[in-house]
Design a protein around this ligand. Structure first.
Ligand code: HAM
Length: 429
């Protein structure tokens, strides 16, 4: 039987050209997180299954985790997201940490999903979180950081929008105005979450089944495009007293104040996870061929507390590499591949490999990145090899070069040739 050359379903091999794009995306993310003073952390891919059972949200835990029982009978899950791990790490050192903590990480995550555009079984996800900051400044900072990543990736102002909502507003609307019971709130939340993906009639039919009657007011609520429009739906008293509404207005105002022009209120933004308690937000691509969520997050007050310590409020977001790459692709922003080697040394017959390696070492000592042939094949073949690997320069090393310690460097794009002693070659590149 022949073994399968394909990677496991829904995962990817990263050939050098793919890894190059992957690094480009992470570089854009990392530059932004550093500019905002975030510290990098990391952890293990394996967690106890119980970590996710408490709060992550039913669908992910029941249908999408890779879980198994280890040889010691422990129930183990390969991390489907980083937030529970982040909360666990904050909880573990809650007394020692200087709060607020601003942390980021770029883990690979595993979810048993039906692979499709933007969704795979393994993806890398930038996680940026702040623990211990209750001011709405935390949300504003994270949204601004997200916008900076988009800019670093090459996005123009109109290339994305930021949709913002409040779990606090939704919960009190469901409970105090619609008078729904806990389980119906849950059902309605899941239905609203898919509102924009299903036909309107289906939404209405299912909403009416949950409400047990007409859903005209509910539709007016979820069709609102400005917070002010909610006043007529929920009544003036609720509108003036609801903390969620006040937070949304303040945040939107703050964002305008710091120059984020893409933010708007969208009452249908739910975010799948059960742990969000406050503001939730989602960045969307505005391109017609990629009109989808790019990344999102929100505030979660109760996750750290499940570890039996004093609760610590956290806000954060997760941004996946797959959706970021789709964003680049539809706009022709994928960077041109270039090798990590500045120059490839071609080996002529009669030159000892040790001499060639010594030349390479001198160049490397001056900061030049060097690859080399180890077989004295036809020079044309060696040049072809360098071209195939997108190495920009070559230098042929023969007996003369070894003796003179002077190299001629040829730029493969322009065809120009320049000459310098070994310790000056770096000035030619
Ligand atoms: P999430 O919405 O599940 O949130 O994922 C965040 C982002 O990760 C998505 O918007 C998408 O870019 C990417 N992503 C998620 N699942 C997949 C997948 N199967 N394939 C490819 N990309 C995917 C969370 O995971 C939260 N824990 C984020 C967070 C951090 N909230 C607070 N802090």
């Amino acid at each position: 039987m022949k073994l399968n050359k394909e990677p496991y379903k829904g995962t990817r091999d990263f050939y050098p050209e793919d890894q190059f794009v992957h690094n480009h995306v992470f570089h854009a993310m990392k530059q932004a997180t550093h500019a905002y003073g975030y510290e990098e952390y990391n952890s293990t891919m394996l967690e106890e299954t119980a970590l996710y059972a408490a709060k992550t949200g039913e669908e992910i835990v029941k249908e999408q985790t890779y879980s198994f029982v280890d040889r010691g009978n422990r129930e183990v899950t390969i991390r489907p997201e980083m937030t529970p791990t982040f909360a666990r790490m904050i909880a573990k050192k809650n007394r020692e940490l200087a709060l607020p903590a601003r942390w980021y990480s770029y883990p690979n995550l595993f979810r048993y999903e039906r692979p499709q555009r933007g969704r795979l079984r393994e993806h890398w996800q930038l996680n940026v979180d702040i623990a211990g900051e209750k001011s709405l400044g935390a949300e504003a900072e994270l949204i601004s950081l997200g916008a900076q990543i988009m800019k670093n990736l090459g996005a123009g102002e109109g290339d994305f929008i930021v949709s913002i909502n409040s779990r606090r507003l939704l919960n009190s609307y469901f409970k105090d105005i619609l008078k729904l019971k806990e389980e119906d709130i849950h059902r309605l939340s899941k239905l609203v979450d898919k509102k924009n993906k299903i036909p309107k009639e289906v939404f209405i039919e299912q909403a009416e089944a949950i409400l047990g009657g007409d859903c005209g007011q509910l539709l007016a609520f979820f069709d609102a495009t400005h917070i002010q429009e909610l006043e007529a739906v929920v009544g003036i008293q609720f509108f003036q007293e609801n903390v969620g509404i006040a937070e949304l207005s303040n945040l939107l105002q703050m964002l305008v104040g710091i120059g984020i022009t893409q933010a708007r209120f969208d009452p249908t933004i739910m975010r799948g996870f059960d742990y969000y308690t406050g503001i939730v937000f989602e960045f969307y691509d505005t391109h017609a061929e990629n009109n989808r969520a790019l990344f999102g997050g929100g505030r979660y007050d109760d996750l750290v507390g499940i570890f039996g310590v004093e609760p610590i409020t956290c806000v954060g977001f997760g941004m996946g590499d797959v959706t970021a790459r789709d964003f680049l692709e539809v706009r022709g922003l994928i960077p041109q591949y270039s090798s990590s080697a500045d120059v490839h040394l071609c080996l002529m017959d009669g030159v000892a490999l040790e001499d060639m390696m010594q030349i390479a070492q001198v160049l490397r000592g001056h900061g030049v990145t060097v690859s080399m042939s180890m077989q004295p094949r036809k020079i044309a073949k060696q040049i072809q090899e360098a071209e195939k690997k997108s190495i920009p320069n070559i230098s042929v090393v023969g007996i003369d070069e070894v003796e003179s310690q002077v190299l001629t460097v040829k730029n493969l794009l322009s065809g120009n040739e320049t000459k310098a002693p070994l310790d000056k070659v770096h000035t030619l590149l």
